[in-house]
Design a protein around this ligand. Structure first.
Ligand code: CA
Ligand code: CA
Length: 275
């Protein structure tokens, strides 16, 4: 991973001393830079645009090009994301006046590889911008993607960013490969971020309802407590792979909810049905 410290940091550290450590941002450069071409135009990527067009953005009736960047953000998994912004530039490649050219910025689940399917991979629109060549020759954008990035980091360490033309015709533009993910994260918590109730299953045996609640994804030896909507509660410590199987007997028929709390502060709930 390539981490470049926020350029302003060296200038501000003297003024705010240790306090600045808590709010220091990292600039992450993309590890994957690609542009994908859709022709025949059916919403699915067909080929990659090779150098010098790895940032090509274009939309016409017969063809479309979207640009993607993927960032290795593994270092931020399991940490509170205080802010995440995408700072980049789109420059004109052909300055023909086809009206204002507008774009959406999306965030999607990356995988560290360029894929034709990144073209149509579903994402969350986190911002939009426009410029108007030939008077404008480039546009700098800075969009807040905090919530979308925090959500993605629950499921993996690669953040995909896609720029997609939203006006048509939109003649060739280039997304700068220097587009950054600027991320501010707090210290890792004691939680893994993956704590969850893997299952909560109620079965009847010999006329007695037994509920089994399985806790997974925790830290080895962390404490837990499981409380049912009936009021029954069990507490203990996770095993050495961060799991526990918690059993309850003699439950009434019908639906209920199991609420789990881990010692690190994580919580999860799951509904169950007893015969
Ligand atoms: Ca296609
Ligand atoms: Ca990908």
């Amino acid at each position: 991973m390539r981490l470049v410290r926020f350029a302003g940091h060296a200038l501000t550290v003297a003024a705010c001393g240790l306090l600045c450590d808590a709010v220091m941002a990292d600039d992450v450069s993309p590890a994957v830079i690609a542009s994908i071409h859709d022709e025949p135009r059916d919403g699915f990527g067909d080929t990659f645009n090779e150098s010098p067009f790895e940032g090509l953005l274009r939309q016409q009736s017969t063809r479309e090009d979207r640009a993607v960047l993927e960032y290795d953000a593994e270092a931020y998994v399991g940490r509170p994301i205080l802010s995440a912004r995408i700072l980049g530039r789109v420059s004109v490649n052909n300055a023909f006046d086809n009206g204002p050219r507008s774009f959406n910025v999306l965030v999607y689940a990356g995988n560290g590889a360029r894929d034709l399917a990144d073209f149509e991979a579903p994402g969350v629109v986190v911002g939009s911008f426009s410029y108007h060549p030939p008077n404008d020759t480039f546009i700098d954008f800075d969009v807040d993607a905090t919530d979308a990035v925090a959500d993605l980091l629950q499921g993996g360490g690669w953040i995909g960013v896609k720029v997609d033309c939203s006006s048509e015709p939109n003649f060739p533009n280039i997304l700068s490969p220097a587009t950054l993910l600027r991320i501010e994260a707090g210290e890792p918590s004691d939680c893994t971020g993956l704590e969850r109730i893997g299952k909560a299953k109620c079965k009847q045996r010999n006329g007695v309802n037994k509920l089994t609640v399985k806790l997974t994804g925790g830290l080895a030896d962390d404490d837990y407590a499981v409380t049912l909507s009936s009021g029954a509660t069990r507490a203990g410590a996770l095993d050495d792979v961060g799991e526990a199987v918690v059993k309850f007997k003699r439950l009434p028929s019908g639906a209920g909810t199991a609420d789990a709390t881990w010692g690190c502060g994580a919580t999860d709930s799951r509904r169950y049905d007893c015969p």
